[in-house]
Design a protein around this ligand. Sequence first.
Ligand SMILES: Nc1ncnc2c1ncn2[C@@H]1O[C@H](COP(=O)(O)OP(=O)(O)OP(=O)(O)O)[C@@H](O)[C@H]1O
Length: 215
Amino acid sequence: MATTSVVPANRRRAANAAEELEFETTEGVKAIASFEEMGIKDDLLRGIYQYGFEKPSAIQQRAVTPIIQGRDVIAQAQSGTGKTSMIALTVCQFVDTSKREVQALILSPTRELASQTEKVILAIGDFINIQAHACIGGKSVGEDIRKLEYGVHVVSGTPGRVCDMIKRRTLRTRDIKMLVLDESDEMLSRGFKDQIYDVYRYLPPDLQVLSFLMP
Ligand SMILES: Nc1ncnc2c1ncn2[C@@H]1O[C@H](COP(=O)(O)OP(=O)(O)OP(=O)(O)O)[C@@H](O)[C@H]1O
């Protein structure tokens, strides 16, 4: 397990000035200053640059490599520091797009966040032809069934709808090898614990788990 935490050294000062941030990481976790050095696949790098990113943010510099190496990771950083983008890029790096099965599952506490993550995945993963679907409450169940039966590589959803789709056997879990819990503390405080546990029970045992939260 690798842990990374990025918090302002002094909350009264400007939070986005890199020199005023404090970084705490598991021993051995290094900051990698460029996307090229992270071993990201070429077509994904093209997508990242096309999206407008030139260099990784502080949390991305520290957490992307352990994720790509297959470690379970807990990463903590304030809002706007690049966590959602990091989920998108590591999921895109992880999936094998020649296999149209769900391989990564992202759970978020809100429909907006789940949809936003799906959008960033589709944008960054444009050149790798990634198929992603937002499985969220309030949207048509029929559309979920159609998309999932057609076949997608990634599902980004809220725990209730995802659990429902798994129980209907529309969301096949056999090939899921990565579980991402975004804003995991928020999910637990919103009472999603039982649903998350329910989802987890259906996932294969050989699973990489990533947990993202705010300080
Ligand atoms: N490496 C990067 N280079 C340039 N911009 C970036 C980079 N990573 C993220 N961003 C941009 O910074 C903003 C915040 O990123 P993101 O949404 O990924 O962060 P977050 O920590 O998930 O924040 P929030 O909780 O507000 O969603 C977005 O506009 C995103 O496009």
